[in-house]
Ligand binder design. Structure first.
Ligand code: NAD
Length: 486
């Protein structure tokens, strides 16, 4: 144990946040955690004071100084309103990895699956979570999915480093590269490349739909899972619920400039103020925090007392069952039960022994930026907001009559489905057309001036172009996908 107290930033959050934070801090204090909490306010109360990102400037100062944040859940408006503060903090502090251990506690906690012991390592900074969204036509909105080579490599390397540091045997990558061949394709390709550097760790890959089904039905197939941001969010809730309750799992957000520890669940407005929330998720976040700041002994004492509490059947409502529980307790009594057991070890569940397990913090990998490739501009996709009566043939007729020097119309699709020169299916009404122009001479590149000339002509012809996307080849390979049916 360290002699001096480690300053940590703490936020009580929204909904059940204050109830579970009080419980967690009470257990940490009784166990002798050497921490010096600095409380900041985030979330709903800050949003309603008109602070758009949900956090005061002075709170950033604490976060940037302590670099260690224990955070209760906060409420994020759905479908509109302010952006998620969770995402802002993860990104601002470059916390690229979200580590979510999911364990079942059979036969003491009722669970659909009793053999779960997996760690989901979720990429934290990119993917659809970048939240770059636009309305383009009356009918269509879009969300951009951005995946980088460096982001993929960093999280995948971290997953292998985590497996190595924690004596785990296998890393499974989960993606959807049969459909998203470029974004998820890059993630999977990077996984295959990095896996070769860790020959002592088994590796496998699953498509996300069957991966999710297998996590729910055969969790024993998994050890460490590495995946993109959105899939990781969904898969870890499935894993946690299948292991007993979302109320049981904690998570660590790890980065070069700081770390944040939290429960995986949200602010649970449906049970707020009733004093019945399970504080275990946040407590597990706090245990990861104690290990992060080198207070393994205290973390181990709390973890074993908590296991003993579960084993004794003292359960909050979310994990209570007549068959497995001896007492249905509220948050305060659960907290008291854990505190009373500090120093005790579970007799049937496996006690944790951090020293004997040899587990250590995983190294944060350095990744290098890809070298610049031979990039050639070969065309452009022009997205057009069509009027009510526009047909693909009529649109093609007007676009092919443009006087273009270097470019020719090669295809039109509507939301990825080819409609011209052939239609792949009966075309329903659309107001969103992607018109692909490529170099008139197969192997020639085009210039930005060619594209500007094209756009001027498209505008003069009376079209509302809503977005353009340049088409490139990289190192001689076409670096864009074709439409469905092309
Ligand atoms: P939720 O996780 O808050 O609740 C889902 C269900 O699980 C509810 O029935 C709830 O009662 C139950 N539950 C959750 N935690 C529990 C606990 N500790 N003990 C007992 N039962 C528990 O998910 P939601 O209802 O979809 O989201 C509510 C709000 O939380 C939303 O505003 C959402 O954006 C936010 N949220 C925040 C975070 C975070 O701060 N990291 C994470 C997820 C969701």
């Amino acid at each position: 144990m360290t002699d001096t107290k480690t300053p940590i930033t703490i936020a009580y959050g929204d909904g059940i946040g204050p109830e579970i934070m009080e419980a967690t801090l009470a257990i940490l204090e009784d166990a002798g955690a050497q921490i010096q909490p600095e409380v900041i306010e985030i979330g709903e109360k800050v949003y309603t004071r008109g602070i758009k990102n949900g956090i005061e400037e002075s709170s950033w100062e604490s976060l940037m100084r302590t670099k260690c944040f224990l955070k209760a859940p906060i409420t994020t408006p759905q479908g509109g309103g302010f952006k998620s503060l969770n995402v802002t903090i993860r990104k601002a502090m470059a916390m690229f990895a979200n580590v979510r251990p999911c364990v079942s506690y059979a036969p003491f906690v009722r669970a659909p699956q009793t053999t779960m012991n997996m760690v989901i390592i979720r990429e934290n900074e990119e993917d659809l979570y970048a939240g770059i969204e636009h309305q383009q036509t009356d009918n269509v909105v879009q969300c951009l999915k951005l995946i980088s080579q460096t982001g993929s490599e960093r999280i995948i390397r971290y997953a292998f480093e985590y497996a190595r540091a924690n004596n785990r045997k296998k890393v499974t990558c989960i993606s959807k590269d049969n459909i998203m061949k470029m974004t998820d394709g890059l993630f999977h390709k990077t996984f295959r490349r990095i896996a070769e550097e860790y020959p002592n760790i088994e590796n496998s890959h699953m498509i996300v739909d069957i991966g999710a089904a297998k996590i729910a039905a055969r969790p024993d197939m998994f050890d460490v899972v590495v995946t993109e941001n959105l899939y990781g969010d969904i898969l870890s809730d499935i894993a946690a619920e299948v292991a007993g309750s979302v109320g049981l799992c904690g998570s660590a957000n790890i980065g070069k400039h700081g770390a944040m520890f939290e429960a995986i669940h949200g602010s649970a407005p449906d049970i707020t103020g009733q004093g019945i929330a399970n504080p275990s998720g946040l407590l597990h976040g706090a245990l990861m925090m104690l290990q992060h700041i080198g207070q393994n002994t205290v973390a181990e004492t709390i973890h074993n007392a908590w296991l003993k509490t579960l084993e004794d059947g003292i359960h909050t409502g979310d994990i209570y069952s007549d068959e497995h529980s001896t007492a249905r307790v509220n948050t305060k009594d659960f907290t008291k039960a854990v505190i009373e057991r500090l120093g005790a070890r579970p007799e049937k569940l496996t006690a944790v022994d951090y020293a004997a397990s040899g587990a250590k913090p995983a190294a944060i990998p350095d990744v290098s930026f890809p070298v610049r490739g031979d990039k050639k501009l070969v065309g452009i996709d022009v997205f057009v907001h069509g009027d009510d009566n526009m047909t693909p043939d009529a649109l093609a007729g007007r676009l092919t009559s443009l006087q273009l020097a270097q470019l020719k119309l090669s295809s039109i699709d509507s939301r990825g489905l080819l409609v011209w020169p052939e239609a792949t299916a009966l075309q329903e009404h659309s107001d969103h057309w992607r018109c692909r122009f490529v170099s008139a001479n197969e192997d020639d590149s085009v210039t930005h001036d060619n594209l500007i000339d094209l756009l001027m002509q498209v505008r003069k012809a009376g079209f509302d172009f809503i977005k353009t996307e340049n088409l490139y080849s990289f190192n001689g390979e076409k670096a864009f996908t074709v439409a469905q049916g092309q």
